[in-house]
Design a protein around this ligand. Sequence first.
Ligand code: B12
Ligand code: SF4
Length: 352
Amino acid sequence: MDVQALQEKIEKKSRELGFTGFGIAEAELSADNAHLQDWLAKGQHGQMDYMARHGDMRAIPSLLQPGTVSVISVRMDYGNDDTQAWETLNNPRQAYIARYALGRDYHKTLRQRLKKLAQYIESEIGAFSYRVLVDSAPSLERALARNAGLGWIGKHTCLIDKDNGSWFFLGEIYTDLPLTGTAISTQGHCGTCTRCIDICPTQAIIAPNRLDARRCISYLTIEHQGSIPEEFRSAIGNRIFGCDDCQLICPWNKFAKRHVEPDFMVRHRLDALGLIEAFAWSEAEFLHYTEGSAIRRTGYLNWLRNVAIALGNAEPDTETLAALHNRAEHESPMVREHVQWALHKLQARISD
Ligand code: B12
Ligand code: SF4
């Protein structure tokens, strides 16, 4: 088998399938594993027990897929209009949903395309051992992508590409094929810039490359179950699902291209959703508007919880107060508690 020729063919096919970056990583991640274990030992993963569940499997690909010697790592862009994102963030009547969740759930799109890529390889060389991953099994996707030459891990911990910024998803194929590593340089280019650290509303980036997930709005609004600690509620602002501030401020995203992937086009005008409308959705409406979307992960009650916080951070006008009063007797104690917090906050502002 001419490995180089095969690799070129796989890369060409990956572009046809909509992937915007391609590389081969060696499966050695011991230094990253040490950082992961330290992060877990300090409890910085919060309630994300799945991050601790698999021992070393997350950092040693062959423990997950026996025989793995190389990893095909790919990137798919989802970048959009940053100006519109800032406008939404600065409008307290609007709901801010992280850019990555405005279109189709990326797990579905990347998985399907990666399967097609694997089938293509099979058509070229016959049966081979592989496993397709998109955040679907324990893996250190950013470290693998960095080792494949797709970019460097920025101070905010996202992977950044010099020519395309950080608005992209990652996916992998673990394989027993002895492909040749494509890493060019894993050196970072953040320099002395600390804009992501400075802008983070909840000071979640506690040091360069160190994210305390328990403080991160993305974690709090998506992964965290139950009551959101009060100390973070005001800082959450109008971010009702995920957060993009550390990427929006990153100078490297000036070079990000807008995506052209139909799957990631904004659905149901979720980029222009009003908070009052979002709060009025019934569960059936929530399920309808989030069908096939990553937003489903948070569930209806957490959605109401998050929107209640954002309403508490909005202006204390009649409509906002009425929307909150409408949910004040909600059957969920968690929703009621967040509604009460929001009403108290708005009342206090009226009395000031
Ligand atoms: C858990 C998780 C989260 C958690 C925790 C985030 C985090 N930083 O760990 C939460 C819910 C907060 C989150 C948020 C987001 N996430 Co997320 N998340 C993941 C997930 C499942 C695991 C990440 C992980 O391994 N964390 C463990 C910690 C320890 O990793 P780390 O801090 O990055 O440290 C690593 C390196 O930096 C390195 N390292 C750090 N310091 C040092 C020092 C030395 C000396 C060395 C050698 C190495 C080293 O070692 C670590 C292991 O590689 C991945 C998918 C996957 N399976 O990989 C997606 C993933 C990272 N998330 C993604 C996205 C898009 C997001 C959000 C942008 C979504 C949003 N808009 O709300 C935010 C970004 C927030 C942020 N600043 O990171 C993308 C990132 C794409 C990219 N360009 O980087 C991924 C890859 C999913 C995907 N398949 O595309 N996420
Ligand atoms: S996603 Fe938001 S809260 Fe999380 S580290 Fe980035 S700026 Fe901070």
